[in-house]
Design a protein around this ligand. Structure first.
Ligand code: PLP
Length: 232
């Protein structure tokens, strides 16, 4: 199949390439293909651009904005009810209720206030998607996430005090640094805290992330091409 979407991107061919790359690196590292999940990051791409990728069999997707996901996914999910959605962008407290109803995993738990809000809304609604804690491994001021030195305490707050379903950690390394150092740091924090899942690696560096133990890679551009402004 070589269907092109309306930006003339061969997203199906791209998806196949990413899978084949994943297979190679997974086997090189003595891991099972089932130990890595590909989160296809469809943010900014309209439903029409996502459908071919759904047709090709992809069922796991990442979106970075609650509002945009709410516009696109309910309709797509009618045709593909087994789709699973990950929230990979910052979550505002006033969107928690919608996010818990829409997403299967929220990867961006990044502050105590949000943890408390999520705990309360989970209690009220019974919606309990898995959570990942975002770690600001580069200690960048403009970036969301818990600082590495505060990670143990925050994980304990979420898991032990608030009883949240925390399954792992995620990070977005600084643009201008060697990503492998950040992947190693994230893996180490997870290991010290007995957390199994690691969401790390994007289009530019997902093979490297797999070498460092990623269980989820978040790949957008390498599948869907360059992002456009989303028009809901
Ligand atoms: C956009 C985004 C991605 C995908 O990035 P690509 O470089 O397009 O693969 C992954 N993770 C997060 C948190 C993102 O915001």
């Amino acid at each position: 199949m070589t269907a092109k979407n309306n930006n003339n991107i061969d997203s199906i061919g791209n998806l196949e390439k990413v899978w084949s790359e994943l297979k190679t690196v997974v086997h090189q590292n003595g891991r099972d293909l089932q130990s890595v999940s590909l989160v296809a990051v469809s943010k900014t791409h309209p439903a029409d651009a996502i459908r071919p990728v759904l047709k090709a069999g992809q069922r796991l997707f990442g979106e970075n904005r609650v509002q945009e996901a709410k516009v696109k996914w309910p309709e797509l999910k009618l045709d593909y009810p087994e789709v699973r959605l990950h929230l990979i962008g910052p979550l505002q407290s006033n969107k928690v209720r919608q996010a818990l109803a829409l997403f299967n995993v929220i990867e961006t738990l990044d502050r105590p206030k949000l943890a408390h809000t999520i705990a309360r809304v989970m209690e009220e609604t019974g919606h309990r998607p898995d959570l990942m804690i975002q770690i600001n491994t580069g200690e960048e001021e403009q970036k969301a996430g818990i600082l590495p030195l505060q990670a143990d305490e925050f994980i304990s707050l979420c898991r032990d005090e608030l009883n949240l379903p925390v399954c792992g950690l995620m990070c977005v390394p600084p643009m201008d640094e060697e990503a492998s150092l950040h992947f190693a740091l994230l893996a180490n924090i997870a290991k010290c805290n007995g957390l199994d899942e690691l969401s790390m690696g994007m289009s530019a560096d997902y093979p490297m992330a797999v070498r460092f133990g990623a269980t989820h890679v978040r790949v957008g551009t390498a599948i869907f091409g360059t992002r456009l402004a989303f028009k809901g």
